[in-house]
Design a binder for this molecule. Sequence first.
Ligand code: SAM
Length: 285
Amino acid sequence: MDARQPSQTADGAAIMRALHQQLPAEARILDDPIATMLVDPQSDAFKARVSFVAQLPERVRLRLTNFVLRSRYAEDCLAQAVQDGTTQYVVLGAGLDTFGYRQPAWARHLSIIEVDHPATQDIKRKRLRDGGIEIPDNLSFAAVDFESVGLEVGLRQAGFDSSRSAFFSMLGVSQYLASDALDGTLEFVLSMPKSSEIVLSIVLPDDLLPTDEAALAASYAARFAAIGEPWLTRPTPDAFAARLRGMGFSRAVHLSPDEANKRYFSGRTDGLQASLQEQMIRAVV
Ligand SMILES: C[S@@+](CC[C@H](N)C(=O)[O-])C[C@H]1O[C@@H](n2cnc3c(N)ncnc32)[C@H](O)[C@@H]1O
């Protein structure tokens, strides 16, 4: 992508999280009051997204939950890591992620670093300012392009301590990275002290998806390529988890849609389900 332009896909993800907040509180997978404050319902992007979603077949629309599920799953894993003593949280490709601005009490002792292109961070800071949302003391920004600037350098400048374990999330990002940049990021996580971990989403290849989801993936891929954010990497979950173990991670676990449905979507009456297109992987050093 053109690092000088703010990411439009980050805006799209934020809009999807904001739309999710229209569900009654008890029906939300992710309770995110900040999400609605970072997007403008009058903007063309917001209106276009609403009409895009409305035109999808119902079966596909009900599975369009990856934008909230990935944050929810990562934050649940983070909560566990914090209980086990982790004090650093790095949000890779943070976009308009809101965790830092609605952090629960258990996160207060974390040092949170948001990593993204500077142009996307500038837009985020502006929207935070416009929304009257303060940047908390325990949050800082690292301007890094995974394709060129070393993550280690960028994080060090933002106060990251590589001698202490850390939790990394990388949500809705891996598909935009060439495999070298993705490997470089994973190698960096792997260089961290034991018990550090990364939770990331991957977009599956079309041949692992039912026809309707593959059609949605094809339309996303075409749209994102046209706006300069092409999808470059789409691994299969099993092969990717095996690759992580091969690299040296002690554990690499795939949260399958069945498991995600059991864990987060059971007992619903509205038919909402875990996404098939984008799925979650957790890897521990
Ligand atoms: C689809 S958005 C996801 C944002 C956020 N994680 C979320 O879940 O809403 C992808 C993000 O990855 C960032 N990104 C993509 N390629 C990048 C790169 N090479 N270096 C740094 N950030 C990158 C984009 O700027 C954008 O914010």
